[in-house]
Design a protein around this ligand. Structure first.
Ligand SMILES: NC(=O)c1ccc[n+]([C@@H]2O[C@H](COP(=O)([O-])OP(=O)(O)OC[C@H]3O[C@@H](n4cnc5c(N)ncnc54)[C@H](OP(=O)(O)O)[C@@H]3O)[C@@H](O)[C@H]2O)c1
Length: 313
């Protein structure tokens, strides 16, 4: 059976992806910075190998076993305020890790046929005045996260020159019961407060975690797929619409409150530009490749999330 090497496999997306890969019969090796005791006891289709991005070293034996590489690793950019040190880690954990993968493809005898890399719709920046969904052909914006995505994609690009089928997914905010935007939005609602951010008009091009994982699996099997694909649902919505939809599915009574932008700026610093940003992104290319969304609209996605603790794909 084929083997998939997953970087960032211990993260929110990686865990669900790993489960889905194993369910489909793949062996999975998670490339991680640390192996803990709990991980050592997992099932025989799952194993762990270590890499050190700073030192540019990884487990060569594990690498040589891989038929597919899925690169998800990257320091979380919503956890800490963006000091220069944090920004450096955000970039290097993605870019230097991608460079290590490329260097390993060049120097370690391997049988890798497909490389799939995460990127983000932060590539596009803020909607233009005449809102037209961004497509994969749009150039990167100039802000920090857009430039990070640009460097990330450029760093993994040489995989295609090495004869590997390369797919770069620009993920939108992933709605999952295990963390990220859905949980952040839902937490205050549990206490009866639906916290709309700023004026609530900013567009969020979200995707349900199950669809994201299904899109990755789909791209592994679909040999026509190559290059960049937006991984967003066909129904981007405003922040207000999303908060109210989550609220309605969480409790009977709640009070909608707008968090004023100036107060949010004090709390979040430079990161607030991301939170207040409107990014309308097209899913057309992924759909044209034949991918069918299980949760194409917000209502079905939130309904499913509100009924699931953690959903099997
Ligand atoms: N979740 C979203 O809404 C979203 C949206 C757009 C793009 N993305 C991108 O998709 C990828 C996966 O997202 P996620 O939500 O699953 O992320 P996550 O839960 O934060 O997990 C990321 C993983 O990256 C590894 N990592 C963290 N810091 C690192 C560092 N300094 N150097 C090397 N590896 C490091 C960790 O693995 P180990 O601890 O095992 O090393 C961690 O489990 C990320 O690159 C993220 O930017 C996510």
């Amino acid at each position: 059976m084929e083997t998939v090497l997953v970087t960032g496999g211990t993260g929110m997306i990686g865990k669900v992806l790993t489960e889905a890969l194993i369910e489909r019969g793949f062996n999975v090796i998670i490339l991680t910075r640390n192996i803990n005791d709990q991980q050592k006891t997992k099932n025989d289709k799952l194993s762990y190998a270590v890499w050190d991005v700073e030192k540019q070293i990884l487990d060569k034996i594990a690498f040589a076993k891989a038929d597919y590489i899925i690169h998800l690793a990257g320091a979380n950019f919503a956890e800490k305020r963006w000091s220069e040190k944090v920004k450096k880690e955000i970039v290097s954990s993605r870019v230097d890790s991608a460079k290590l993968i490329i260097e390993s493809l060049k120097t370690i005898p391997n049988k890798v046929k497909v490389v799939i890399s995460a990127s983000g719709i932060s590539w596009y920046g803020h909607d233009k005045e005449v809102a037209k969904p961004f497509t994969e052909n749009d150039p990167p914006a100039q802000d920090f996260l857009a430039q990070t995505c640009q460097q990330w994609e450029a760093a993994i690009e040489p995989a295609s020159f090495l004869g590997k089928r390369l797919i770069k997914f620009r993920f939108g905010p992933v709605l999952s019961p295990d963390g990220g935007a859905y949980v952040e939005f839902k937490n205050p609602i549990k206490f009866g407060v639906a916290g709309i951010i700023g004026n609530g008009k900013q567009i969020i091009s979200w995707i349900h975690i199950d669809d994201l994982v299904r899109a990755i699996l789909f791209s592994m099997e679909n040999e026509q797929m190559e290059g960049v694909y937006n991984a967003v649902s066909p129904e981007p919505v405003s922040n207000k619409r999303m908060i109210l939809e989550i609220a309605r599915n969480t409790r009977k009574f709640f009070i909608p409150i707008h968090g004023p932008s100036f107060a949010l700026k004090i709390v979040f610093g430079e990161m607030i530009n991301e939170i207040l940003k409107s990014t309308t992104v097209s899913s057309a290319k992924l759909q044209q490749a034949g991918f069918i969304f299980q949760y194409p609209d917000l209502r079905s996605a939130i309904l499913q999330l509100s009924h699931q603790k953690n959903s099997p794909v």
